[in-house]
Each structure stands twice: as structure tokens, then as C-alpha cells.
Design a protein around this ligand. Sequence first.
Ligand code: DX5
Ligand code: ZN
Length: 218
Amino acid sequence: MIVPSLLLCDFARLGDEVRKLEDAGAPALHLDVMDGHFVPNLSYGLPIVEAVRKVTELPIETHLMISDPAQFAEQFHEAGADAITFHYEAVDDPRPLLTKLRELGAVAGLAYNVETPVSAIRPYLDACDLVLTMSVTPGFGGQHFETEALAKLRELSAMAPPEVLLEVDGGVNADTIADCAEAGSQSHIIGSGIFRHPPYGEAIAKLQQLARSTSRTH
Ligand code: DX5
Ligand code: ZN
């Protein structure tokens, strides 16, 4: 799956951007929420999720790069997010929030940073519907892919139950996507690789083709 991250879209034309992504065959949308505290950048919050929800039926994943995800997770779900992904590094124990997300009927996602070992999230895999492997330091679009993410994806895909969706996020583009797919990533979150390479349909089709050439399942 090639899932656009809207961080680099034209927010003055948000509805048009979503329609263009739908027409381009995007299977879901990834919304990056940043609080200026967990990461050194601010993006957007609930009103943008609500606005996107009004104009599309596509599944929405919110990637919460915020210091207190437990405080806001339910509100993001109510705002229309189907999947809520929060960071392992932001909480003392991810299990209570993962459990609560499932109880709410949300897809429960756990993200972990480049410097966090896979062994740290292993104990929580049974409580996850998806795991997001960061391949950049979170906070900004358009960064360079960190290749240590590939070994982590391989390690994760060898241990994760098959029903857990494996995502990779950050610096995924035409140069790096085949390696990600080969390492076991199933859902590729892509910002600049789509928004800086219009038309979106052609960008997504090319990325899909590159991912398919090497993908494997765990
Ligand atoms: C980084 C975000 C990513 C990012 C993707 O903090 O989580 O979703 O914006 O953008 P690219 O593909 O440009 O790295
Ligand atoms: Zn993201």
C-alpha cells in the first residue's frame, strides 16, 4: 500500500488535494499531528482531521507525534480517524492506550523511533493492529531515509503476528521503497515522494510498481 502523508499538501486546497489523491488510487490517508513538544515542529490537530473526514470515505490514520497521546486519542477517533498511531517513546507503558483504542473500535497503532530497538516494542505486538517503523527522526517531511530502518523492519517482520500491519514512514520514495518492501513493510507512508512528484496518480503507480517488485509477507 502506498499511503500519502498530507504534511506537504496544499492546505489552502485541502479538499481538492484529497480528491486528487482518491483519484490517484490512494487506499488511505496519513495525517501527521505534531505538538511542538514531542517533536520540534507544529503541524495541525483536530480541525484538519474533521475537515478531511467530511470530504472522504478513505480510512484515515492519525500519526500522533505528541507528548500525551492518551489525553487526545479518543478525540482524534471521534474527529474521524480510523487508525490512531502513537509513539512508544511518548508513554511509560503503551499497553493501556493500545487496549483503549481497540475498545473504542479504532485501529491501534504503535510507532517507534529510529533509535528505539525492535526489542522494546516486542512485548506489545499482541496489542497492536499496526506498527509504524520510523525511518527518519520525526518532525519534518522531506528528510533523508535512514537505512538502519531496513534491518529493523526485517527483525520486526520475522517476529510480528501476520495480522499486524507493518508500516514505514519517512524518506520513502522511488529510491528507497523497493528495499522497504523487501524488508517486510506493507504500508509505505509517503509525503515528498508524492507531493513533489505530481501528477499524484503517476507517482503512486510508479511507487506501487517498485514496491511490488520486491515485496514479501511476514
Ligand atoms: C515525519 C512524518 C512523515 C513524513 C513523511 O515526521 O511522520 O509522515 O511527513 O514525509 P516524507 O515522505 O517527505 O519523509
Ligand atoms: Zn507520519
